[in-house]
Each structure stands twice: as C-alpha cells, then as structure tokens.
Design a protein around this ligand. Structure first.
Ligand SMILES: O=C(O)C(=O)C[C@H](O)[C@H](O)COP(=O)(O)O
Length: 218
C-alpha cells in the first residue's frame, strides 16, 4: 500500500515521504473518523495516536478501518500495550524511551518500532536492539536540531524522528538535516480542537504544515 506520490511502500519510507507525523491525543473514538477525513483532506494521511487516553485503541481501530491513513500508536510503554496497538491495527509503534520489551514485542509482531532516544548512550542502546530509526524525544528540551546533527555525526546509519516541543517555526532546522526522516508534533492536531469536532480547523492546520514542509524539501 502507498499513500504518497513517491510510491513509498514500507511504513518508514511512507513516514519519510510525508516528513510529518501528527501526534494525536484523542478522548473519544467517535471523533476518529472525522479526524482521519481531515488528515486525508489536508494532504497528510498519517496519525500517531497516543496511548495517553483510554480511547486510543478504539481510535486506532477506527482510523485503520478507513484504509487511507497510516496509523501508529504512541506513548507505548509496555509489551502489553504493543499487543493492544497491533490488535487495533497500528502500522507502527512509538514510545517515549527505548524499552527492550517494547522493541522485541514489536519485532515479534513484525511492526516498526520507533523508540525514544536523545543521548548517544540511548541511541547506542537502540542500535543494539536492531533499531536504526529513533524518535528524538523530547526534542525541544534536548538541544533541538543541533543535538540531532551532533548525534547524526557518529551514528551515520541512524535516522531520527524529532518530536516534542516542535512547532512550525522549527521545521526548517529539522527538515534540513538528512538524518531526519520526519518530524512529529501535536500542533497539527490540537487535542481541544479534535475534542470540539473542529475538523475544518484541523484540516487547515494540517494543510499549512504540509505546504510548509513541502516548501522546505531540498
Ligand atoms: O510518549 C510519547 O510517545 C509521546 O506521546 C510524546 C509525544 O509525541 C510528544 O509529547 C508530542 O509533543 P508535542 O508535539 O510538543 O505535543
């Protein structure tokens, strides 16, 4: 399956082709279909649904059922949550840190794991688990794009998905780095807007982010 004009097919290639990952905190799974429609209409059929609310698994299920959104599970802290995320149809799993249990359970399921790492030690630990793309989280609080560039120097084979404390004004610095596969953020899909059914506003935020990211392509 591909959802990008580049024809990218692997989950990681699809994420890299879109260059943006909307990080979703959803309170009611009934909002998920309209959110999916807004993402697709905005030109960014990608969603990382965080396991920060009880609605996460059901929202992932709804988005997956659409068939037109690349759906990830975020804030996955345990192997049991990996099982829940995969059962709901998540295409990939994201966690704030690097957990052997989470990464290994993802491998058992055959789904992409994007564990969090912001130091050389954490990146090296992820590499030892067979991971070559990490979520650089919390990006804003950990030195931002300069820190990603510094890590990319010794870890030439690693790609990063900076997330956390990132807004539109930060995109240029991150997307200029070849080591950055994509940039994640909740600014595209604010929780209160999703909860209020503000899908038109979400569509505009998403479309603006896509326009900006596209303008920054090398
Ligand atoms: O634990 C996880 O995997 C997370 O859910 C972390 C989130 O991706 C960030 O907290 C999003 O950061 P903002 O874009 O600043 O809202």
């Amino acid at each position: 399956m591909t959802d990008h004009p580049t024809g990218a097919t692997s989950v990681l290639d699809r994420l890299a082709a879109h260059r943006l990952v909307p990080v979703v905190v959803i309170d009611d799974a009934q909002d998920a279909d309209a959110l999916g429609a807004a993402l697709v209409a905005g030109g960014l059929p990608v969603a990382e649904v965080t396991f920060r609310t009880p609605a996460a698994a059901d929202a992932i299920r709804v988005l997956r059922a659409r068939g037109d959104v690349l759906v990830g599970a975020g804030t996955v802290l345990t192997a049991a949550q990996v099982d829940q995320a995969v059962a709901a149809g998540a295409d990939y799993v994201v966690s704030p840190g690097t957990s052997r249990a989470v990464v290994e359970r993802c491998a058992e399921h055959g789904v992409l794991a994007l564990p969090g790492a912001v130091t050389a030690t954490e990146v090296q630990a992820a590499l030892e688990l067979g991971v070559t793309t990490v979520k650089f989280f919390p990006a804003g609080a950990s030195g931002g794009a300069a820190a990603v560039a510094a890590l990319a120097a010794p870890f030439g084979g690693v790609r990063f998905v900076p997330t956390g404390g990132i807004g539109p004004a930060d995109l240029a610095d991150y997307l200029a780095l070849p080591a950055v596969a994509a940039v994640g953020g909740s600014w595209m899909v604010p929780r209160d807007l999703v909860r209020a059914g503000g899908t038109a506003a979400v569509r505009t935020l998403v479309a603006d982010a896509v326009t900006l990211a596209t303008s920054l392509r090398p």
